[in-house]
Design a protein around this ligand. Structure first.
Ligand code: SF4
Length: 571
């Protein structure tokens, strides 16, 4: 057997906070404003993300003159621009939104303050980079750009100078430049303005590259910070490649490589890194353990193909029927499974960001978008058809939730899309739909809509599915997918999200403890209470650990329903 292959992904990989902030800003604008949205230059240096933004009618222009419709919004991207250019933009009467990264603003302020005190500015960076062009605007005409210590020698002697770094500069280049600057300036202020996210990224890259046989740097070929990472890795690792997409990886690259490190530039979304990781595992892992690779692929197929979600919904229905004291009927399990499967697969087909078909999806569907929509329609229609046996009210409500779920990702006429602007609307709608199909429909069939056990099961299901949907949102946001306020996590932020989820845990546990105490299905209540330990573990894991890649995260989240069903079966 060959040497064990170890693939490590940089913890710091994925969008930096400045890029995240700029993307969130334009997405919120696109959602709430009827105006056209333009960014001055591409928002980030990543083709795939730019394509996704274009689909949302967010387009890049190189100059304000390219915008014919003056009733538009122009966004200044994270790199910032010179103050005089900003003033000129605002004089056009157009709405201007500033998405400059706060850390770049901090450098601009530093330069402005020193310039006001008579300091000349030396910027260590790329003179053609947008951020550096913007910074030069704050130097009051006394600015110099150098790409490293060598170029300092060409500068004139300076009375007072302030040396700053482009935020993505390499630390050692800046320090060497500062040493050189001391020789030409009588008084030198050293402002190391390399941003913290860049420092962490570079530190991790240096530490892990040294020990690697192969380093894969993922990011736009026109991204300066990705190019810089590539240079660092090339100096330290045995073999380094710079790729934009996973399909640029070839098997030959992995020959003889047992320690592989994947890192990425600040404008590379995490979902792209996940795709590269998957491809690297496929190419490197095949030689190591074909069986393990096949098992992993099979599992991925189950989760990506939404089958695991269908099993989760059927499991929840089983738990609810037990709570309701209803005889377990396969019809209801099938109905809920089909309903959840249909909506999940339809929504996956239109996902922004991670939408490009991966190997598992390609295998499931030749033309995955068209065929998954067809499958979703077929399974949804079957679920609604089954619900018709419970009367026209159930039929209409099931049809309503299913249609709302199917149409949710699309812009609808007559202002209906406004529902999607409501914070957490996606999580609430999902929880209502599942609670109806998994708890209300079987409860109605067995004991009537108003029976205590039906109401309890509906409440139980609603809270559990709300939690599930919120955690899916957390996972998607950490994958740098294009998600907005329709997700509770995005709308409320991490603190309030985890506070709410822990509050739900306490509420559900308290209900189960009181049921047990009151002697109402005490064995079932005790079993489900044990299941709540998994819920607690899941919360703690998401709250305190690194959010795992998407397939693992979704598996962990949906497994809670299978555990609860197993415990309910045993009770
Ligand atoms: S690299 Fe740093 S300064 Fe630049 S946008 Fe990202 S966080 Fe902001």
């Amino acid at each position: 057997m060959g040497e064990r292959i170890q693939i490590t992904v940089a913890k710091s990989a994925g969008f930096c906070p400045g890029v995240k902030n700029a993307i969130d800003k334009v997405l919120e604008l696109a959602k709430h404003s009827q105006k056209h949205i333009y960014t001055l230059g591409p928002l980030i240096h990543n083709k795939q993300v730019i394509e996704t933004l274009k689909e949302k009618n967010i387009n890049a222009v190189n100059s304000v003159d390219e915008i014919k419709d003056k009733n538009a919004i122009l966004v200044i991207r994270a790199h910032g621009i010179p103050p005089e250019e900003e003033a000129a933009l605002r004089s056009h009467g157009m709405e201007v939104v500033d998405a400059t990264c706060p850390l770049v603003k901090h450098v601009q302020e530093n330069i402005r303050e020193h310039a006001q005190k008579g300091y000349a500015t030396i910027i260590v960076g790329d003179r053609d980079h947008a951020e550096v062009i913007g910074l030069m605007g704050y130097t009051q005409g006394k600015g110099y750009v150098v790409n490293g210590p060598e170029e300092i020698k060409d500068l004139p002697r300076l009375e007072k100078a302030n040396i700053v770094a482009q935020t993505t500069q390499e630390g050692h280049v800046f320090l060497a430049a500062a040493d050189e600057a001391r020789k030409i300036a009588r008084e030198l202020a050293v402002s190391n303005t390399i941003c913290n996210p860049t420092r962490q990224r570079q530190k991790e890259t240096v530490e892990l590259s040294r020990d690697s046989d192969l380093v894969i740097v993922v990011g736009g070929k026109n991204s300066a910070n990705t190019a810089r990472l590539f240079q660092i890795c090339e100096r330290l690792a045995k073999k380094t490649v710079h790729i934009e997409k996973e399909d640029e990886l070839k098997a030959a690259l992995f020959e003889g490589a047992s320690k592989i490190f994947i890192t990425a530039g600040a404008s590379t979304p995490s979902w792209m890194i996940e795709k590269v990781l998957e491809k690297a595992r496929e190419l490197a892992g095949r030689a190591e353990s074909p069986l393990l690779e096949k098992l992993a692929f099979g599992w991925k197929l189950l989760v990506t193909g939404s089958l695991y979600t269908a099993v989760a919904a059927a499991s929840l229905t089983y738990v609810c029927m037990k709570l309701e004291g209803a005889p377990v009927s396969g019809k209801f399990l099938l109905m809920a499974g089909l309903f959840a499967f249909s909506l999940h697969i339809a929504n996956r087909a239109v996902e922004k960001g991670a939408a490009a078909p991966d190997r598992a999806r390609k295998l499931l569907f030749v033309d995955y978008r068209a065929q998954s929509r067809f499958t979703a329609m077929l399974c949804g229609a079957l679920a609604i058809f089954l619900s018709a046996a419970l009367g026209w009210k159930v039929f209409l409500t099931a049809a309503f939730f299913w249609s709302a779920g199917m149409l949710y990702p699309y812009k609808l006429p007559l202002g209906f899309e406004k529902f999607g602007n409501f914070p957490a609307s996606k999580d609430i709608l999902t929880a209502l739909g599942w609670a109806f199909m998994c708890a209300y429909a079987p409860g109605l069939w067995h004991g009537g809509a108003l029976s205590n056990s039906t109401q309890l099961a509906v409440f139980f299901a609603f809270l559990l599915v709300f939690t599930r949907s919120v955690l899916f949102g957390v996972s998607h946001a950490h994958s740098d997918m294009i998600v907005g306020n329709e997700n509770f996590y995005k709308a409320a932020g991490p603190r309030l999200t985890y506070f709410t989820l822990f509050a739900i845990f306490i509420l559900l546990s308290a209900i189960l403890i009181s049921l047990k105490g009151a002697g109402w299905k005490p064995e079932l209540a005790a079993s489900l209470l044990t299941g709540m330990l998994y819920y607690l573990g899941l919360m703690l894991f998401f709250c305190f650990s690194r959010i795992p890649e998407r397939i693992t995260a979704e598996t962990l989240i949906d497994t809670q329903f299978l555990i609860l069903a197993a415990l309910a079966w045993k009770a």
